[in-house]
Design a protein around this ligand. Structure first.
Ligand code: ADP
Length: 553
């Protein structure tokens, strides 16, 4: 053999290995699911494994070819977990469909992915009924429920999930796959243009699970009780359905119950110690805990004692929440950054001796950042001429990334413009400080270009949230006759609180340069969110684009 060739075995890393390993090491570890009717389903990894194999038998009877896409339109629960493993392990690709997409987008991605079958939760059946005539290539729909709960539906042909499993045994040999065979597909939200598909392979999924669950990052182990309050229908619930079983943690699925009260009861009853979600999720929990305080007139001393850490990504972490979680609940807020294209986790502000040595304000500042890049990945910032910028925490540039779980092309080769010199252009603008902490300044499309200078909507929102009465803050750039764009601030106010423009402006002045101050502040009843809980800035930009023009004229 030529000496430049690897002498190591090309043994594949496969997602089915995770569940096989789990029943060897942690057979009795539990998976709890909060179901739509409010009851909890609970079983062990060993029981999950048996059902996964029955499902794999059922899938092979339905019939598919290697690499075919099989769709799921489902919330977070044990059946969706089984589908992750049975579909990927059988050599097909699980295409998680996002029920929050517009009908046209859902139709587009089902057709684009050429989904063969769709496994659907009863609550999402109407979404498919509305578009069924336009997705004729889907061979059948499988309803994720018991036979006794089968709803009447216009979908056809339909099967019942549990009836399919009842017919099968749990004897199933996983097919021999390669690590580079595909196992998952997720589409970006498509806020501009059509959604693009990101296809994950077994190896990238395993490497992502191994590193993200390791002690360098989320530190998962057998003692952990983990609640991903991030949907399994978007970016693989941050890989947690793979990383938690890999490290033997108990999993708690919250179904579709993402409000503060439901999360509080689930965390408390299951003794969850690590939770994951976008900032809005933790804002909801915080507001609920605050309302308890008002009801009882008691200062709750750590009302969620089991919870020790929340992993928060998908949008910028508001510093006031980082602080509240630390000081009121003794919970470490770990800022995370990632995107659909990066499997998704790439960087985190991990709890460490060096971060604990800092004074609280500096610590909260770092926790609210996107943290340091995970081993195996690279992050870099570039100027408009594609030159790298200094990591001085000041210079802002376009964030590009590399890594074994970063895509090298979109599904069916779309979006070529995002790839250059082996880097993936994230579309985010960021700074990196000398210690390697990444901070997302803004999305390129959200940054406000005022007279040729940039204003970070993220930083302005963070400053506004320092004003205690504000519940949520959203800054958008709107057309201005002189400066091209100027920021306006849209806020919602906490129940029972008052809001004074002057006081808010005084708060902002302490945090940002004068020319960053918004040209208008509007109080709204609510702000629109995407299905994954992020502010839907595109809608607000469309609605308010002429707001200042109209005022000025
Ligand atoms: P979408 O939001 O379009 O559904 P993703 O779920 O892939 O797409 O989100 C990825 C984007 O979310 C990133 O490009 C970035 O703009 C934003 N994001 C993720 N984590 C953070 C973070 N820690 N700070 C600021 N923005 C973040």
């Amino acid at each position: 053999m030529p000496d430049h060739q690897s002498a190591m075995m090309p043994t594949p890393l496969l997602t089915s290995d995770i569940i096989e390993n789990a029943i060897l090491r942690y057979p009795e570890q539990r998976i709890v699911s909060l179901m739509p009717d409010g009851h909890k389903h609970e079983y062990s990894y060993i029981e999950a494994h048996a059902r996964i194999k029955k499902l794999a038998n059922a899938l092979s009877k339905l019939g598919f070819n290697k690499g075919d896409r099989i769709g799921t339109l489902a919330n977070n629960h044990y059946r969706h977990f089984e589908l992750y493993y049975a579909i990927g392990g059988s050599g097909a690709v699980i295409h998680t469909l996002n029920p929050r997409l517009f009908e046209e987008q859902l139709e587009y991605i089902i057709k684009h992915a050429e989904d063969e079958y769709i496994f659907v939760d009863p609550c999402f059946i109407p979404l498919l009924e509305n578009i069924q005539s336009r997705i004729p290539k889907v061979k059948a729909f499988i309803i994720n429920c018991f036979e006794s709960d089968m709803p009447s539906t216009q979908l056809a042909p339909v099967y019942c999930y549990e009836a399919l499993l009842d017919k099968e045994t749990s004897d199933f040999d996983w097919p021999k796959l390669k690590g580079t065979d595909n196992c998952g597909l997720c589409y970006t939200s498509g806020t501009t243009g059509n959604p693009k598909g990101v296809i994950y392979d077994h190896q990238s999924s395993i490497l992502h699970a191994m590193m993200s669950g390791s002690s360098q990052f989320l530190s998962f182990n057998e003692w952990d009780i983990i609640m991903p309050a991030v949907p399994m229908y978007h970016v693989v619930a941050w890989g947690i359905p793979y990383s938690a079983p890999l490290f033997g943690s108990k999993l708690v699925f919250c179904g579709d119950k993402l409000d503060g009260e439901s999360l509080y009861h689930l965390i408390d009853s299951e003794q969850v110690n690590k939770g994951f979600g976008v900032p809005t999720i933790w804002l909801g929990l915080h507001n609920y805990l605050d309302s308890l305080k008002q009801d009882t007139d008691l200062e709750p001393i750590s009302p969620i004692p089991s919870l020790k850490m929340v992993g928060v990504g998908g949008a910028a972490s508001p510093t006031n929440l980082v602080k509240a979680y630390a000081e009121k609940y003794d919970v470490y807020w770990m800022g995370l950054w990632g995107m659909t294209e990066t499997s998704p986790l790439m960087s985190a502000s991990v709890n460490s001796p060096s971060i604990q040595k800092l004074d609280p304000e500096s610590r909260y500042h770092l926790q609210s950042s996107a943290g340091k890049a995970m081993f195996g990945t690279q992050i870099e910032i570039f100027d408009q001429d594609n030159q790298t910028l200094a990591h001085d925490g000041i210079q802002q540039g376009i964030l590009k990334v590399k890594g074994p779980w970063v895509l090298k092309e979109y599904f069916k080769g779309e979006g070529q413009e995002n790839f250059e010199d082996g880097w993936f252009n994230t579309g985010d603008i960021a700074v990196i400080n000398p210690e390697g902490y990444l901070r997302i300044v803004d999305r390129a499309k959200d940054v406000i270009k005022s007279g040729g200078e940039w204003i970070s909507s993220v930083q302005l929102e963070d400053a506004a949230l320092e004003y205690a009465s504000i519940n949520e803050a959203c800054v958008i750039g709107v057309t201005h006759p002189k400066w091209d764009e100027r920021p306006i601030l849209l806020v919602t106010i906490k129940p029972g609180k008052v809001f004074e423009q002057e006081a808010l402006i005084a708060t902002l002045k302490q945090k940002v340069a004068k020319w960053w101050l918004p040209d208008a502040i509007l109080q709204l009843e609510s702000l629109p969110h995407t299905g994954t809980g992020k502010l839907k800035k595109i809608d607000l930009r469309n609605e308010y684009k002429d707001y200042l023009i109209d005022k000025i004229q």
